[in-house]
Write a protein that binds this ligand. Structure first.
Ligand SMILES: Nc1ncnc2c1ncn2[C@@H]1O[C@H](COP(=O)(O)OP(=O)(O)OP(=O)(O)O)[C@@H](O)[C@H]1O
Ligand SMILES: [Mg+2]
Length: 240
């Protein structure tokens, strides 16, 4: 099954937004999607706006506690890096267990989904444990990465730094998605052109700023056709 890791150049850039729009759009094409948010910080029970709840919503599920627990086993209260959030609760993240979990389909059960997306946490180099970062998690999984970046002032540096770290580790970047920031110093097209110039071999896609905030992903332009649908069709042909 095609599996992808959604990471970003920093926190609050648009990973959840992109994961939700992928699920929404792929499901509109009749495809089955599994979304995982294995590690979540800043978590409070009953928060309907937490990442896990948004992801469940995009899958057409209500955000019952049981489902949140199923897709997000590592939940921490404080909105800080996972290693520190865990330490404050006298807990740790078992890295091997995290990698194993990220290869499962807790919502689908026995059914094999068409796509699996794992949303990371924060950016590429965020610490998960005393010695492991999100990059180690990505490398251990071997999934191609969807790198979500912004268009705010400073975003080029953050985006290119993240891309270079991933490339040096031998991680495949399936696409860079520029989710338009609320404030940007230049037109979005200029940011895209610059990124494409430095990332010549990578598909750079545009996600405009959408008006509806949290649920804006329902109105997003079609990103799944250029990114995934041709591959999905080829897989189905191969399987039949
Ligand atoms: N293209 C967009 N149009 C409108 N709103 C957006 C867009 N991209 C992101 N947002 C909004 O910006 C905020 C941050 O996005 P999101 O939660 O997806 O970031 P994130 O990278 O998943 O953050 P975190 O690191 O906390 O997981 C959310 O309120 C989201 O709805
Ligand atoms: Mg998120």
């Amino acid at each position: 099954m095609p599996s992808f890791f959604i990471t970003s150049s920093g926190t609050d850039v648009g990973k959840t937004f992109v994961a939700a729009l992928f699920a929404h759009q792929l499901r509109e094409h009749g495809l089955q999607v599994e979304l995982l948010k294995p590690v979540i910080t800043g978590f409070a029970i009953g928060d309907k706006k937490c990442d896990s709840a948004i992801l469940l919503d995009s899958l057409g599920h209500s955000a019952e506690a049981e489902r949140i627990v199923a897709i997000s086993p590592w939940r921490f209260h404080d909105a800080i890096s996972p290693d520190m959030a865990a330490a404050r609760e006298d807990r740790t993240i078992d890295f091997d267990e995290l990698v194993r979990f990220s290869q499962t389909n807790p919502l689908a059960g026995e059914t094999e989904p068409d796509f699996r997306f794992v949303e990371g946490i924060g950016g590429v180099m965020v610490p998960l444990t005393e010695s492991k970062t999100v990059l180690d998690w990505i490398e251990a999984l071997g999934y191609p990465v969807i790198l979500v970046v912004g268009s705010y002032l400073g975003s080029l540096n953050h985006a290119l730094t993240s891309a270079q770290i991933l490339e040096r580790a031998g991680v495949e970047i399936a696409a860079v998605i520029v989710s338009e920031s609320a404030h940007q110093p230049v037109p979005l097209a200029d940011t895209i052109l610059t990124l494409q110039r430095f990332l010549a071999d990578v598909q750079v896609l545009t996600l405009p700023r959408l008006p509806n905030g949290l649920e804006g992903w329902r109105e997003a332009p079609d990103l799944v056709t250029p990114l995934f649908l041709e591959a999905a069709r080829a897989n189905r042909r191969g399987a039949s």
